[in-house]
Write a protein that binds this ligand. Structure first.
Ligand code: HSE
Length: 447
């Protein structure tokens, strides 16, 4: 469908869906910065309609109440097909009704900018295909890591790059919690309570601490880095709730920081197949890891996010910044809006994407080194029984330390590189051993 170009002598009219934390900051940014954006970019912008669930709800934090109220509507479906809306900005969040509204906007020939992580982590393939058919942009920089330019970096600056691995700290809440546990010895629950008070963590912190938020971001990033249709449920996921300050202190003594990492990497093709004969495998995972203190990701502290890329030609590269918050996220939305508006005025659109079904390498087929902490009864023969279980499952111990605990002992192991399937079998066997009181914490070592 050919999209008519809006005349150059008037601002582009934006229909915004949602006026929550990001939506209200975005509208404010366009209202206050619109003129300076127009001077710098030649693109005039104007928010003409704002769809909300409840137009009567007070929005006291918005400076121009009257200006806001006259643009509000509860009819989102009419905004996406309104001939007086040139471009749709979807800031509702969640899958429905956002998915249907975005598809309708695209079908009506309107470019869409979205900050919707859940939607992009589950339906990116469908939405990008719809944008391709309509010949308009679907841009979603703000769906991952707030103000950090990752989507554009991967899609444009690194479009010719063969990315081999992407490793990131993409959840500010968990990074804040782990930093406080590491630097100040706080227990997990204390650090989480503090993150909630500061507004980093939700009252129900499950999405952050169990890694769901990071897994959705990992799926979006892996999809772009590898042109593959990766969805959040493809991502192996473990959270941070089993980690104690002792584990972090032990890791630090060995020269590591504990971080919740999202990793997406190319893996070798399955045995018997050559890399050139098929789409190579990829692994996408989120789990806490021991990161060497010499690695740049180990220096990312508090609520900050960062993503470290390994490219075949570009080598190593890292981006760092604020991964959440209304204003940083609104800034990323505005950047996309200016890009889409430019394409609308001048013709053309962002890079067309052809996504393939991903060949996912199962977690159990990966190899890494492990840290393991277990509590055992402190009596003769226990260490030998525990150590023999590692050997029986082909996991070689590199080092071991014992800490006494009134009748019990805590054993801290570092293994040599082992197959995940073998390590999981070792963990099951240890849990079944009656002298083992508790398998406390297992961490993978990032290298
Ligand atoms: N809750 C997320 C974080 C931000 O702590 O990073 C939204 O994705």
């Amino acid at each position: 469908m050919a999209t008519p170009r809006p005349p150059a002598d008037r601002p582009l009219r934006l229909g915004v869906l949602g006026c929550g934390n990001v939506g209200s900051r975005f509208v404010e940014l366009v209202d206050t910065e619109g003129q300076s954006v127009a001077q710098r970019t030649g693109i005039g912008l104007e928010v003409t309609r704002i769809a909300v669930r409840d137009a009567a709800k007070p929005r006291a934090d918005f400076p121009d109440q009257a200006g806001l109220e006259k643009r509000l509507t509860e009819d989102a479906a009419s905004v996406v097909v309104d001939p007086d809306v040139d471009l749709v900005v979807e800031l509702i969040g969640g899958i429905e009704p956002a998915r249907t509204l975005v598809l309708r906007a695209l079908a009506a020939g309107k470019p869409v900018v979205s900050a919707n992580k859940e939607l992009l982590a589950s339906n990116a393939g469908e939405l990008l295909a719809a944008a391709g058919v309509a010949g308009v942009d679907l841009l979603f920089e703000a769906s991952v890591a707030g103000a950090i330019p990752l989507v554009r970096l991967l899609n444009e600056s690194l479009a010719g790059e063969h990315i081999t691995r992407l490793s990131g700290i993409v959840n500010g809440t968990t990074n804040y919690v782990l930093t406080r546990m590491s630097e100040d010895g706080l227990e997990y629950s204390e650090a989480l309570g503090e993150a909630q008070q500061l507004g980093y963590a939700e009252a129900d912190p499950t999405a952050d601490v169990e890694g769901y938020d990071a897994a959705a971001k990992a799926a979006i990033l892996a999809g772009i880095a590898f042109d593959a249709d990766v969805v959040a449920s493809d991502v192996f996921r473990e959270g941070i709730t089993n980690i104690g300050p002792d584990d972090i202190a032990f890791a630090r003594r060995l020269g590591y920081e504990v971080r919740l990492l999202a990793v997406a990497e190319r893996t070798s093709p399955p045995e018997g197949e050559t890399g050139s004969s098929r789409h190579p495998g990829i692994s996408v995972r989120v789990h806490p890891a021991m990161v060497p203190q010499t690695h740049p990701l180990a220096s990312v502290r508090g609520p900050f996010n960062a993503v470290f890329l390994d490219g075949a030609a570009a080598g190593e590269l890292m981006v760092y910044g604020r991964g959440a918050g209304g204003l940083p996220t609104a800034s990323a939305v505005l950047g996309d809006v200016i890009d889409a508006a430019h394409h609308l005025r001048e013709g053309g659109r962002g890079r067309a994407v052809r996504r393939r079904a991903p060949a996912l390498t199962p977690m159990l087929a990966l190899r890494t080194q492990y840290y393991l902490s277990i509590d055992v009864l402190d009596r003769p023969g226990v260490l030998a029984a525990v150590a023999s279980l590692f050997g029986e499952h082909d996991v070689s111990i590199r080092s071991m330390e014992q800490v006494g605990l009134r009748g019990e002992a805590r054993l801290l192991f570092i293994t040599h590189s082992a197959l995940e399937a073998d390590m999981q079998a070792t963990l099951r066997a240890l849990s079944d051993l009656d002298v083992v009181e508790r398998v406390r914490c297992m961490l993978r070592i990032f290298s």
